[in-house]
Design a protein around this ligand. Structure first.
Ligand SMILES: [Zn+2]
Length: 300
């Protein structure tokens, strides 16, 4: 973790501390730093919404102001498990329910690896660290949004609330960050593209991120393609064509499927026992022949 990530992750501990002051029964899972900020996953009957942010932030400010030290405590496996059973991990003290996600994380730590707890004030969390020295080091923070996420990203696991926030060394840096986001919004290609009549996006009928190019936009795309072809030709490249679809195996080899499955199209299921497959194969080879004819001059 770099310094900024350490600061932001430390703020996740402060967020958990604040949530527990309001909802002591909250069950926490993981709270890592992410691009632009941090999050903490929490299971809680109350649906946290942006309307709750100001009162959570108020509790967070109290914790930052108290300037508690992040105290590192190394514990044995048995002791850690006992704390989890008593609901004391990611908690302000003993609770009627066990700290179930922390217990699960604990059980996943290989034998022989050291187990560390971090304390800030009354809050104790199972965590490898590192953190800033004191909560007061978090100069500025803000909660930004809530999303939902399955525990460990597995849909068979409980659904958690993912509370996002960001943190900075000071207010000036944070204000610059949000000003930049505002500026970026003004220059968002989706907004500009629509305003300039280059393309339209219809999330409902076509899909978000799938532009339909209007005449002006299509002219730009074609000119760019032409330029790319000319540049490649001048540099001695020859063009090939590959299919748009491939078997699942290929996306595993390419490394996409293990990490981006959520943003990829689901596989096309083909029933091997119906005539569907044979029909599809015949249709594909027919299309391939047509394409081969159409692109013969582009294939070398
Ligand atoms: Zn931590």
């Amino acid at each position: 973790m770099n310094d900024q990530e350490t600061l932001r992750h430390s703020c996740a501990h402060v967020l958990a501390t604040a949530i527990l002051r309001i909802w002591p029964e909250a069950q926490f899972a993981a709270g890592p730093p992410v691009e632009g900020g941090f999050y903490y996953d929490v299971e809680l009957a109350h649906r946290i919404s942006p309307e709750d942010f100001s009162r959570i932030e108020e509790e967070m400010r109290r914790e930052v102001k108290a300037n508690h030290r992040f105290e590192r405590v190394e514990v044995g496996r048995t002791e850690a498990l006992e704390l989890a059973e008593r609901g004391e991990l990611a908690a302000l003290g003993p609770r009627p329910e066990a700290s179930k996600f922390k217990k699960d994380i604990l059980e996943g730590i290989p034998e022989g690896e050291s187990i560390t707890l971090y304390r800030n004030g009354d809050f104790t969390d199972l965590c490898a660290g590192p953190h800033v020295s004191h909560t007061g080091r978090i100069g500025a923070f803000r909660l930004t949004h809530v999303a939902s996420a399955y525990y460990k990203g597995d849909e068979n696991n409980p659904q958690l609330q993912r509370i996002y926030g960001t943190a900075f060394k000071n207010k000036t840096e944070m204000e610059a960050h949000f000003a930049m986001i505002e500026e970026a919004k003004k220059r968002d290609h989706r907004k500009l593209g629509a305003e300039m009549g280059l393309f339209v996006i219809d999330p409902e009928y076509v899909g978000s991120g799938m532009p339909m190019w209007l005449p002006k936009g299509a002219a730009i795309v074609e000119e760019l393609e032409k330029l790319a072809k000319e540049t490649e030709f001048a540099a001695g490249y020859v063009r090939v064509r590959t299919p748009h679809l491939a078997r699942e195996k290929m996306y595993k080899t390419s490394g996409h499927l293990p990490y981006y499955a959520e943003s990829m199209f689901p596989p096309i299921e083909i029933d091997e026992h119906s005539g569907q497959r044979a029909q599809l194969v015949a249709r594909i080879s027919e299309l391939e022949q047509q394409l081969a004819g159409a692109h013969r001059h582009t294939n070398v």
